[in-house]
Design a protein around this ligand. Structure first.
Ligand SMILES: Cc1cc2nc3c(=O)[nH]c(=O)nc-3n(C[C@H](O)[C@H](O)[C@H](O)COP(=O)(O)OP(=O)(O)OC[C@H]3O[C@@H](n4cnc5c(N)ncnc54)[C@H](O)[C@@H]3O)c2cc1C
Length: 479
């Protein structure tokens, strides 16, 4: 539900990479078109948002006290409090949510349900696409899918639009014979088009959740409080109280970058108003996939204590992963290889982000006003390093980093000169006819923020490109 558009440089860079029409000035009208912003605005931030669109975005939620310490700590470091949709980003913010009246507002709510009575929309839930069907001229003419244990086909008069996400789309293409030829042959799949870029260029945001600070009582969050009947009733009957919060990240910061363009943040800092240990290992550590032994050896001393976690996610990793087939069976999951921290620059940027988090927590607004104290028990496996050293922080990062679930880039958009581009700037698959990919997989480089908002923007922009192609009226965007 976290709503972050990304930095204007993300989109300007997409255009500079050979994708005309994708700069921020081109995509901003689509962000505005899709949004129905219902959060707090001021004179400066009002014009950033869109109003009246299908996706509701809001921020009036229950908040902890310590989030104010986070924002003030940022100001003490010289940063502004910013709107998380501000394309210039640099600063500290509270999170915005894609929700309506404190209930998740998905793209199904925003787009599919309102269109469900249209005669030209037919939705088949629980259908699994096994293959895109091509004719002998390499035109996509339909889709083969499994539904209720039966194989079925559906045919398209004009185009097939593939939106199976950054894991599903390259898998579906490869199963259909579109991908790296040698890899397809290895699985006995007949090659329709040899495209080395399908499944390559997996971008994601590695994220560190472990760094913890304790604070004075009454400032943060006890996860187990959310289980109380009073809290539940408050939410169910009045959409108020703790359950309206994300029970997760409450604030973000985009610090000036340590290398390259300083205004294009290399990390996004997430501020969570509880620690992994707060709930005695009942929920959070399982959600994050932390092994029981590590929990007991390291986090358990935080049981019941109020605190916060703060850590970086790496915005544009230089390490790229891949999606490949494990088998030619469409019902088998593909192999996801993230390659986090393969490139040494990534670890350097990540460590700068960890150090920045510690600097934020050492500001008087957190250290003095909320008695923030760093939880400095040496992490098991890293005890031999000095805690202030880069080696310790690297060991820490390699032990506790996970995904932010932002896979993207695996059918990347790019110019014909790039052998790894899969789609052109109109999202048509190169070398084939009648087929577009429209989802997070087309991002040539992941955005500096969470990926849902830019993915919906991609859908909106693609809708106009399709309408233009087939002569349907398109509302002018101004660009
Ligand atoms: C746990 C989690 C938390 C997240 N939190 C946030 C957040 O707070 N903010 C944010 O901005 N982003 C968040 N994201 C990321 C965000 O959800 C994605 O960036 C976004 O959904 C990508 O959209 P998409 O259309 O590319 O892919 P998806 O939303 O994954 O849609 C692809 C769809 O295709 C279907 N599919 C795949 N293969 C097939 C097949 N063979 N046949 C039929 N259907 C198929 C899938 O079931 C899925 O419904 C989160 C992701 C996860 C997993």
């Amino acid at each position: 539900m976290f709503w972050v558009r990304g930095n204007r440089r993300d989109f300007d860079n997409w255009e500079a990479m050979g994708n005309p029409g994708w700069s921020y000035k081109h995509v901003e009208p689509y962000f505005k078109k899709l949004e129905d912003f219902r959060g707090k605005v001021n004179r400066k931030t009002k014009s950033i948002h869109g109003y009246g669109g299908p996706v509701t975005v809001e921020n009036k939620r229950w908040r902890t006290k310590v989030i104010d310490g986070f924002l003030r700590a940022g100001q003490q470091l010289g940063y502004r409090v910013v709107d998380p949709s501000d394309p210039d980003q640099i600063g500290f913010s509270v999170v915005d949510f894609s929700s309506r009246n404190a209930v998740r507002w998905s793209t199904a709510d925003a787009y599919v349900k309102p269109a469900s009575s249209r005669s030209n929309l037919h939705v088949v839930p629980n259908a699994h696409v096994t293959k895109i069907i091509f004719d002998k001229n390499k035109r996509a003419i339909g889709v083969r899918f499994q539904h209720r244990r039966q194989m079925k086909s559906v045919y398209a008069r004009r185009e097939v639009l593939l939106s199976a996400g950054a894991i599903g789309s390259p898998q579906a293409l490869m199963l259909s014979g579109v991908g790296p030829a040698a890899h397809l042959r290895q699985h006995g799949i007949k090659v329709v088009s040899d495209m080395p870029g399908v499944g390559a260029n997996l971008n994601d945001h590695p994220y560190l959740t472990g760094l913890a600070w304790t604070v004075k009582n009454g400032s943060a969050f006890h996860i187990l409080d959310t289980i109380s009947p009073v809290v539940a009733a408050e939410y169910i009957h009045h959409r108020q109280g703790r359950l309206t919060s994300a029970i997760s990240i409450e604030g973000y910061a985009w610090p000036l970058a340590g290398e390259g363009d300083p205004y294009w943040p290399e990390v996004q800092i997430g501020f969570t108003p509880f620690t992994i240990g707060n709930d005695y290992g009942l929920i959070t550590s399982h959600v994050l996939g932390i092994k029981n032994k590590l929990y007991h050896d390291y986090f358990h001393r935080l049981g019941g204590l109020e605190g916060f976690s703060m850590g970086p996610f790496l915005c544009r990793p230089k390490s790229k992963g891949s999606i490949t087939l494990k088998t030619a069976n469409p019902l088998d999951a593909p192999r996801i290889q993230t390659n986090f921290f393969d490139h040494p620059d990534d670890m350097r940027a990540f460590i700068r982000g960890m150090r920045f988090s510690k600097e934020v927590a050492s500001m008087p607004a957190l250290r003095d006003d909320f008695e923030a104290r760093f939880y400095d028990l040496p992490l098991p496996g890293c005890e031999n390093y000095d805690q202030d050293s880069d080696a310790y922080l690297e060991c820490y990062a390699r032990t506790l980093t996970g995904t932010t679930y932002h896979p993207s880039g695996t059918c990347k958009m790019g110019p014909a000169s790039d052998p790894y581009s899969v789609v052109d700037h109109t999202l048509k698959v190169r070398g084939l006819k009648g087929l577009r990919v429209i989802d997070a997989s087309i991002m040539p480089l992941v955005t500096t923020g969470n990926t849902n908002a830019p993915t919906i923007m991609i859908g909106e922009k693609a809708a106009d490109m399709i309408k233009e192609e087939w002569g349907a009226p398109v509302q002018p965007t101004g660009y």
